[in-house]
Ligand binder design. Structure first.
Ligand SMILES: C[S@@+](CC[C@H](N)C(=O)[O-])C[C@H]1O[C@@H](n2cnc3c(N)ncnc32)[C@H](O)[C@@H]1O
Length: 249
């Protein structure tokens, strides 16, 4: 499991301003890929992080339940909602502190989204499977799960063992990556250097090929799975940058 403190510490590295700017376009693409555009939906955004997609779904008139385990992100989302409500009126969002392995509401949603590589975090693969079963249980018959991550094939194509970035505040973000378990798992070290002070985080996640993800989604109770190579809806082929699964209950 990814250590809780990384989410708060690495917030600016994970969510640069352009990631917020991209969210409305990603939501429109998700609705198109899921063939749900033009309807008012009950949406589960899990994990919601600081609420990039939650806000975009809500601004588009959908009813959103936003769930995450990181309290700092839920706090950020709640204050974003309070500002929005004070300035422009209400939006229909419920913010919930919860764990993706256990959170479900029976048949309550038309659409569930798991976006920005938020799947595969657990050392025990049964916990990934429990997560997928929770999504399936939360969807109405015919409801859709859209799951977007960096697939094994995407990563292998552009694998870089080390990277570094200078953050807007001048601090450094160094990354080291190691593949293990026959390309089944990625170990990652993130090192932040600010004013000469170093802080390190180690975490990892399971690597899913397109075929693995399809198999797991079908096993979790979805009746149909379509794979795409990005939000643009192209095929999951050698040109794909991301792995986007649209699973129908
Ligand atoms: C890469 S972020 C993506 C957040 C959001 N989907 C987005 O695109 O902005 C991954 C999120 O997973 C959350 N998370 C990690 N483990 C979790 C768990 N067991 N249950 C719920 N949320 C979790 C983190 O707090 C973080 O907000």
């Amino acid at each position: 499991m990814i250590p809780d403190d990384i989410w708060a510490h690495a917030r600016d590295a994970i969510f640069p301003p352009e990631s917020f700017a991209a969210a409305a376009g990603e939501v429109a693409a998700v609705l198109d890929l899921a063939d749900l555009a033009g309807r008012t939906l009950d949406v589960l955004d899990l994990p919601c992080g600081p609420g990039r997609h939650t806000m975009a779904f809500a601004e588009a008139g959908h009813r959103v339940v936003a769930v995450d385990s990181a309290l700092s992100y839920l706090h950020e989302l709640r204050s974003r909602l309070a500002t929005r409500r004070a300035r422009e009126g209400d939006v229909d969002v419920e913010v919930v502190s919860g764990d993706m392995r256990t959170f479900w509401r029976s048949g309550a949603f038309d659409l569930a989204v798991n976006l920005y590589h938020s799947f595969g975090y657990f050392a025990d693969p049964e916990e990934d499977r429990a997560t997928l079963r929770c999504y399936a249980a939360s969807l109405r018959p015919g409801g859709k799960l859209v799951l977007e991550l960096l697939g094994l094939e995407n990563l292998a194509k552009r694998f870089r063992p080390r990277d570094w970035h200078r953050m807007p505040d001048g601090s450094l973000h160094l990354q080291e990556r190691r593949v293990r378990d026959d390309w089944g798992w990625l170990d990652v070290d993130w090192i932040f250097v600010e004013d000469g002070v170093e802080r390190s985080f180690s975490f990892g996640h399971r690597l899913y090929s397109g075929r693995d993800l399809r198999r797991e989604l079908l096993a979790a109770g979805f009746s149909d799975v379509q794979l795409f190579g990005g939000f643009g809806g192209g095929p999951y082929d050698a040109d794909a940058e991301r792995l986007v699964a649209v699973a129908t209950k």
